[in-house]
Design a protein around this ligand. Structure first.
Ligand SMILES: [Zn+2]
Length: 318
């Protein structure tokens, strides 16, 4: 049986798993992460891969493997450039290190682009070449696909739309240095920051992050400040979606990420979308086919599938 290996490395956990060619997870194992430098993280990734081979092993014949990882990634060179938006060390040749271990073709990409690749190869993007994958999770970022290509940019930073300014009157300075960035309003980071701003610390969890389910419940119950926060988020997300639609003219908008996953926020967003702007989005706004818990792993494995898929030969050649 032809299978693909995925390595999904996030801020707090790493998943390694083997998938069949249709994206079904055959087996997987979770590891704890939490590193703040690339050298330690790289050692952990390769160590966990060794552990996986020993303790779980492979059910099929691995054709290719992929690593989805936080930060900046040069997909074409197979290099992990940086763990965050700041480049502090030389790039890590991640794909080559994995190939030396696994002896199959390996690819690496950042987490949102991995999820976008999963949609392109296996998910809602299979039937279209022009879509936007929008991840509303801890942060806010997008994978923009046009003509079957994922837009990457000169520095691998395309799609960082959380730093798109949508409120010119805002006085809140973002980590990027500008004011009025969307991520500070509609994302886990944004909700956390708003709750702290309004002193609603009882809606933060043990990790000091917004408990969005309880925030949404409070808004439903008529709490004025919670409604203000969620209305502002819905206004902002609707604005971001329409800006992106005007930019790349997709026929499908795919949503993923824990903040949007239960559909509560989307109902509010849909009420705010202008029909004229959205008329070309003929497939509408749809949810990712993958649960937030598995999306990263499926995304990582799909990077390996992409290496062997004819549909993406052009992208690999340019
Ligand atoms: Zn910003």
């Amino acid at each position: 049986m032809e299978t693909y290996l995925g390595l999904d490395f996030g801020g707090t956990k790493m998943l390694i798993g083997e998938l069949d060619k249709d994206g079904r997870i055959l087996s997987s194992k979770r590891y704890v992460t939490g590193f703040d430098d690339q050298e330690k993280a790289t050692k952990a990734i390769l160590g966990n891969l060794e552990d996986y081979k020993k303790t779980i092993g492979f059910q099929g014949e691995i054709k290719a493997a992929g690593l989805g990882i936080v930060g900046i990634v040069d997909n074409k060179k197979g290099e992990w450039v940086a763990m965050s938006h700041e480049i502090t060390a030389p790039p890590v040749p991640m794909a080559a290190l994995m190939e030396a271990n696994l002896h199959v073709p390996c690819a690496v990409d950042n987490d949102v682009r991995s999820a976008t690749t999963a949609e392109l190869m296996l998910g809602q993007g299979k039937s279209t070449l022009d879509f936007i994958y929008l991840n509303v999770g801890t942060g806010l970022a997008a994978g923009v696909v046009t003509g079957g290509h994922i837009i990457r940019g000169a520095n691998h930073n395309a799609g960082e739309i959380g730093h798109m300014v949508v409120d010119l009157q805002s006085q809140r300075t973002c980590v990027c240095g500008r004011k009025g960035c969307a991520e500070n309003v509609v994302s886990g980071i944004g909700f956390t920051s708003q709750l702290k701003h309004y002193g609603l610390t009882e809606l933060l969890n043990e990790q000091d992050r917004a408990d969005v389910v309880r925030l949404f419940e409070r808004a439903d119950a008529g709490d004025a400040i919670c409604s203000k926060i969620t209305d502002y988020a819905a206004d902002t997300l609707a604005c971001v979606i329409m800006n992106l639609v005007r930019y790349s003219d997709p026929d499908t908008v795919i949503l993923g990420g824990g903040v949007i996953g239960d559909g509560w926020l989307l109902e509010k967003v849909k009420m705010r979308l202008e029909p004229d702007t959205m008329r070309g989005v003929t497939n509408g706004i749809v949810f990712s086919s993958f649960s937030p818990a598995n999306a990263g792993l499926i995304g990582a494995a799909s990077l390996g599938m992409q290496l062997t898929d004819r549909r993406n030969q052009y992208e690999r050649c340019v």
